[in-house]
Design a protein around this ligand. Structure first.
Ligand code: ZN
Length: 430
C-alpha cells in the first residue's frame, strides 16, 4: 500500500520528537494566551509555556477532562475568535452543557489530510466507491471520511443506516468496494445479505474500515470471513475530530496515531502516573496543530497501550493497541445510544448532586439485550436504611428506564466492588 505522506509518516524517532516539541511549545503559548482555562491551570502550578524545554517537562501539566470542556460551554475553550471558526460540532447535544468544538479552515484541512492518510493506507484509490454507512448519531464522523476519500479521488456514497436490505441493494447496484461503518452494522449486514439471497461473490466489496465502537478480533474474523473483505480498525475521538486520530494499517498490529499532529501518553487511570510503552492504561492526547480547539493532556477515557517500534508497513508513527474498553464511551442497545455520562447525570440528580461510582453491564439473553446499572453505596451516598435504599433503587430505575425508553435494572453493591477501569461491561457477544 502507498504511504500518503511518506515524509511525515516515516520520520525518524528523533525527528518526530523534535517536531512534537516545537509544535507543543507553540500550542502551549497559544492556549496560555487565548484560553482562560489553560491560563488559570498553568498559573496554578507556576508554569509558563517557556518553561517547557523537553517533552519530559510536559508531565507536570494538569489534565483536561470532558467536564472541563463542558464547564466552558459554549466557546470558552476556543483559542481563536469566532470569526476564524468555519465549522462547529456539538456531538452530545443531549447535555445541558454539551462539548462544542470549533474548526478553522486549517483544522478542517488537517482532518482531511489525516483521513486521506488512513484511507489510502488501507488501499483506497480513485477507482473505489466508498460507501459510508453510519448511524445518525455518528453523522459528524462522516464529514471527514467523505472529504478524505474525495481528496484521494474516490467516489463517495454517504448513506444513513436505516434499512439493511436497502443498504445491500445500494452496495450491489453502485458496486461499492469500500465500506466504512461500525462493527454492529457490519454484523447486521451479514444477516441482511444472507436473507437477500444475493451471492456475496457478486458484490464488489473488498475492504471494510470499521470503527466508532470497540470490537474484538473474533468479530473481525466473522466480518472478514462472511463479507469476503479485509477489515481494519479506525479510532474516533469526537473531542478532536471524530475519525482520523489513529487507524490500523494492513499489518493489523495496532493503530498508527499521527504523531506529527498528536502527542499520545498512557497514564494509570487511578494514580494518574505515566505508564511505560506496552503497559495498558488510559490514553491521554495533546493536539499539536489544532488552532480553534486545542487540547492539552486530554483524558480520553479509552484504555490502550503504546508501541513505538517501527511497523512492517514502513510507517514510524507509534501504534495504540485496539481499544478493548472505553471507560466512558457510548454504546448502542435496543437501537438506543447509551451514554454513560447521561446515566451519571440522572443518578447524580437523584442523589442530591453527589456523583456515584457505577458500572453499566450489558447482557444478551435469548436475543434480548438487558442493561443493569450497578451502583456503589458509600457512607456519604444514598441512605443508610435498607427501606429507603429500595425506594431510591426504584426511583433511579424508573428515571433511567423512562430516559432510555426501555426497562433497565438497578442494583446497589458495596463500596470498592466495582472495577473503576471498566465503566461499561458489554458482555453481549456479537
Ligand atoms: Zn503499519
Amino acid at each position: 500500500m502507498d504511504i500518503w505522506d511518506p515524509q511525515k509518516e516515516s520520520m525518524k524517532r528523533d525527528e518526530i520528537e523534535q517536531l512534537q516539541l516545537e509544535r507543543l511549545q507553540a500550542t502551549l503559548n497559544r492556549v496560555y494566551k487565548n484560553v482562560r482555562h489553560y491560563k488559570t491551570s498553568f498559573s496554578d502550578i507556576d508554569f509558563m509555556p517557556e518553561d517547557l524545554q523537553s517533552l519530559t517537562d510536559f508531565n507536570k501539566l494538569p489534565f483536561t477532562t470532558r467536564q472541563d470542556l463542558r464547564d466552558d460551554y459554549p466557546y470558552g475553550m476556543f483559542a481563536v475568535t469566532l470569526r476564524e471558526v468555519v465549522r462547529l460540532h456539538a456531538p452530545s447535544l443531549g447535555f445541558e452543557k454539551p462539548v462544542v468544538l470549533g474548526f478553522t479552515k486549517n483544522d478542517l484541512n488537517c482532518w482531511v489530510e489525516l483521513m486521506a492518510r488512513c484511507l489510502s493506507g488501507v488501499g483506497v484509490t480513485k477507482d473505489d466507491v466508498v460507501q459510508i454507512s453510519m448511524p445518525t448519531w455518528k453523522i459528524l464522523n462522516t464529514f471527514g471520511i467523505q472529504r478524505g476519500a474525495e481528496l484521494i479521488g474516490a467516489s463517495v456514497l454517504p448513506v444513513s443506516i436505516k434499512n439493511l436490505p436497502n443498504q445491500v441493494k445500494i452496495m450491489r447496484d453502485f458496486r461499492t468496494t469500500i465500506l466504512v461503518t461500525t462493527p454492529g452494522f457490519a454484523m447486521g449486514l451479514i444477516n441482511a445479505i444472507s436473507s437477500s439471497g444475493i451471492d456475496m461473490i457478486t458484490l464488489s466489496l473488498k475492504q471494510g474500515i470499521i470503527g466508532s465502537e470497540a470490537w474484538s478480533e473474533n468479530t473481525r474474523n466473522l466480518i472478514e470471513k462472511n463479507l469476503h473483505i479485509t477489515a481494519t480498525d479506525i479510532y474516533s475521538l469526537t473531542e478532536i475530530f471524530g475519525p482520523g486520530v489513529a487507524w490500523e494499517c494492513h499489518e493489523k498490529n495496532g493503530l498508527h496515531i499521527s504523531e506529527d499532529h498528536f502527542l499520545p501518553e498512557i497514564i494509570d487511570p487511578v494514580t494518574l502516573e505515566p505508564l511505560p510503552p506496552g503497559a495498558e492504561g488510559e490514553l491521554v492526547i495533546t493536539t499539536l496543530t489544532k488552532e480553534a480547539f486545542p487540547l492539552v493532556r486530554f483524558r480520553t477515557g479509552d484504555l490502550t497501550s503504546l508501541n513505538y517500534t517501527p511497523c512492517g508497513c514502513g510507517r514510524t508513527h507509534a501504534r495504540i493497541s485496539r481499544i478493548s474498553k472505553r471507560t466512558d464511551d457510548v454504546f448502542v442497545m435496543n437501537a438506543t445510544c447509551v451514554i454513560p455520562d447521561q446515566i451519571n447525570m440522572i443518578i447524580t440528580k437523584l442523589n442530591n448532586g453527589k456523583e456515584p461510582v457505577f458500572q453499566l453491564q450489558a447482557e444478551r439473553k435469548k436475543d434480548r439485550d438487558t442493561l443493569t446499572v450497578i451502583i456503589e453505596v458509600t457512607d456519604t451516598m444514598f441512605f443508610d436504611e435498607i427501606k429507603k435504599q429500595l425506594l431510591i433503587v426504584d426511583d433511579i430505575q424508573l428515571a433511567i428506564s423512562e430516559f432510555l425508553g426501555w426497562n433497565v435494572h438497578v442494583k446497589f453493591v458495596e463500596q470498592g466492588s466495582i472495577d473503576r477501569k471498566k465503566q461499561v461491561l458489554d458482555n453481549r457477544s456479537l
